[in-house]
Design a protein around this ligand. Structure first.
Ligand SMILES: C[S@@+](CC[C@H](N)C(=O)[O-])C[C@H]1O[C@@H](n2cnc3c(N)ncnc32)[C@H](O)[C@@H]1O
Length: 257
């Protein structure tokens, strides 16, 4: 089981599903952070460009990296639609070994929307933190948004979770989902089946996504051990106080100057 599995299959449905879930509620937060710290900015696991593209409207020198070609293909389409070709660079690569030759170049590294939860083993997280430390400037900022409620999801089998139409209308889509928890490894496993119906044609796309959710104490401990200084820990996108039941966990850390 690998945290980067499944995303190629998910890519054509990612924006459709997320328009119905997270939407744009984190975008202002990332834009403000980028405006405050300035570029160059690196987004880890930029996916379809949901965050990178609006951030690239705010600051110069934005780079998005992702391991999934299919997610990057969706991002490329968004870049072209928004005429952002000159403002955002998309790179295919793995966050565990960031492929940037000039070390210490980024002022801000962002890990939005649970990106670090795709790292399923401690080793993967350690490699990523070491890699981020290497590409950040001295005094640079690493901001992390975690989706903390995954371990609280009840388990279920083949539940229809979403139904709707593709933009334009002719294709109907439904998402049939199963959820399992592997508590000993802190993993949440989603088995997803997207069914597309167009006229009398029915196509099913099946894949799994796995996420690992650490406690806040475990996450901040690993960040400190990797060499970061913890700046703020908050429980929403407006800087509200953190508590274990908060909707979102935001950790902002710094590379020592
Ligand atoms: C939850 S999505 C987030 C996408 C985007 N940041 C957003 O907020 O909409 C996680 C992304 O991380 C990518 N990913 C997972 N593991 C990765 C790895 N080891 N290296 C690079 N990208 C990875 C996936 O391909 C996926 O696009």
């Amino acid at each position: 089981m690998e945290g980067w599995h499944g995303w190629d299959d998910y890519a054509p449905f990612y924006d459709w599903e997320n328009a119905r879930t997270v939407g744009r509620r984190d975008i202002r937060f990332w834009q403000r952070l980028a405006a405050r710290f300035g570029g160059p900015v690196l987004e880890l696991g930029c996916g379809t460009g949901r965050v990178s593209v609006p951030v690239a409207r705010t600051v110069d020198g934005v780079v998005g990296i992702d391991r999934s070609d299919a997610m990057l293909h969706q991002a490329q389409r968004r870049v072209r639609r928004g005429r952002m070709d000159r403002r955002l660079r998309l790179v295919r690569g793995d966050v565990r070994s960031l492929p940037f030759l000039a070390a210490s170049r980024f002022q801000l590294v962002m890990a939005p929307y649970g990106m670090l939860q795709s790292l399923l083993r401690d080793r993967d997280l350690q490699d990523t933190l070491r890699s981020v430390l290497g590409v950040l400037r001295r005094g640079g900022t690493f901001a992390i948004d975690l989706v903390p409620d995954l371990p609280r999801w009840g388990e279920y089998e083949r539940r229809v979770r979403l139904r709707g139409r593709r933009r334009g209308g002719a294709t109907r889509i439904s998402l049939i989902e199963s959820v399992r928890q592997d508590r000993s490894s802190q993993l949440t496993i989603f088995e997803q089946e997207f069914v597309e119906r167009r006229g009398r044609t029915r196509t099913a796309h099946r894949f799994s996504l796995v996420f690992r959710t650490l406690s806040m104490r475990q996450m901040t401990g690993r960040l400190r051990r990797a060499g970061f200084t913890i700046e703020t820990v908050s429980g929403d996108y407006r800087g509200g106080p953190w508590h274990p039941g908060a909707d979102t966990w935001i950790v902002v850390v710094r590379k020592p100057g």
